[in-house]
Design a protein around this ligand. Structure first.
Ligand SMILES: Nc1ncnc2c1ncn2[C@@H]1O[C@H](COP(=O)(O)OP(=O)(O)OP(=O)(O)O)[C@@H](O)[C@H]1O
Ligand SMILES: [Mg+2]
Length: 359
């Protein structure tokens, strides 16, 4: 049974539509990430599952049951917010045990469960402290542990790691994924960070803001591999992947496009167009051997050396292009004239008007 199901859901704030025609299924036990730029409706969609944002159109089901208008308390969910509210005058142990206590559980049982969950999130040594004496990351762990203790049917996370430093964020990411794997819990996780989405989700829902003129929010729903390797449209192509995919609009001539001296035959679905948008990820673009006349001329404008690889920005007649090279390759110098070659096996094509992918 689906853990959460949206069917043609619309949400407005006053007259302003924020979510339109959202259909999406989170299967039982799945980890689904909602990702997109600020204002695309991620938090609103998540809050609508929790009952904190009203649904104006369509149906939202939890565990197969229509829950559009159900009381938040009647929904089998636990939410970890962007900002986590802990009771400042209670210790970590008391914060964790509070929900169990008001449900009338026996003290011994509460103590055991609190100790167990504290071990899961690495808080065993901090149970006696008050939230004020914890780091931001530790407080976030308390919020996570509290959600775990509720044993809900669905976990909801709204950017739970946004207040953490980079190193700790990576560690917590791994912890949440491990927790998901061990518990087999259904999770809906909101982030604007596409790396987080790619590394954590079983599936990713890429969302776009209606305010930017999109007819509906959901741009693509698929596995990280699908979204990365076969972006359904230009929005997804540009949003997923870092550095961003190179995108250029090229005239079509006799069923082909030219990239400098390189000619690429187009598939039938693109051959009749006047222009086509061609995309290639930075890791597939490469530098031609010195002295070669193949491909497109460019000059090295910027070099970012990451140690194991380098990211080159190249000025070309088609605009700036980004190229990613293993660091084992010879490092060009700034301003150097080079030739760029496209990998024809890793070209993405899009319709310049509809912006949809062409196979
Ligand atoms: N209570 C509200 N009243 C009016 N408009 C709202 C309300 N909450 C959100 N909005 C608007 O709805 C849109 C989506 O907001 P939402 O918070 O869902 O975006 P988000 O994708 O979570 O963004 P962020 O990444 O910045 O958290 C925004 O344009 C926002 O201004
Ligand atoms: Mg948000």
């Amino acid at each position: 049974m689906a853990a959460v199901e949206f069917q043609n859901v619309g949400i407005r704030f006053g007259e302003v539509p924020v979510v339109r025609d959202l259909s999406l299924i989170v299967e039982d036990g799945e980890f689904v990430v909602l990702v997109g730029p600020s204002g695309c409706g991620k938090s609103t969609i998540l809050r609508s599952i929790a009952g904190l944002a009203a649904i104006n159109e369509g149906d939202m089901r939890i565990g197969g049951e229509r829950m559009n208008d159900a009381d938040p308390a009647a929904r089998d969910i636990a939410m970890v917010f962007q900002s986590y509210a802990l009771f400042p005058n209670m210790t970590v142990a008391q914060n964790l045990g509070f929900g169990l206590k008001i449900r009338g559980e026996a003290r011994a049982g509460i103590a055991r469960k609190v100790a167990e969950v504290a071990a899961v999130v690495g808080l065993s040594d901090h149970l006696h402290k008050r939230p004020g004496a914890l780091s931001g990351g530790q407080r976030q762990r308390v919020a996570l542990a509290r959600a775990i203790l509720r044993r809900p049917g669905v976990f909801l996370f709204d950017e739970p790691l946004s207040n953490l430093d980079a190193e700790f964020r990576t560690a917590m990411r791994a912890e949440i994924v491990r927790f998901h794997r061990n518990q087999g819990a259904s999770m809906v996780y909101v982030t604007h960070d596409q790396t987080e989405a790619m590394t954590m989700g079983d599936k990713i829902a890429v969302l776009a803001p209606l305010a930017a003129g999109h007819k509906a929010n959901l741009m693509q729903y698929g596995t990280p591999d699908e979204v990365y390797n076969r972006p359904a449209n230009l929005f997804v192509a540009r949003f997923i992947g870092t550095p961003r995919m190179n995108v250029m609009t090229l005239p079509v001539d006799g069923g082909t496009v030219r990239f400098g001296s390189q000619t690429l035959a187009l598939p039938p679905a693109a051959a009749h167009l006047g222009k086509v948008v061609l995309g290639q990820r930075p890791e597939h673009l490469r530098l031609a051997a010195t002295g070669s006349e193949s491909g497109l001329a460019g000059s090295v404008e910027h070099i970012e050396n990451l140690g194991h690889e380098m990211i080159l920005t190249l000025a070309t007649d088609l605009g700036p292009l980004i190229l990613r090279e293993a660091r084992s390759a010879k490092v060009p110098s700034l301003g150097q004239q080079v030739r760029l070659v496209l990998d024809p096996d890793h070209v993405h094509l899009f319709d310049p008007v509809s912006e949809q992918r062409i196979e």
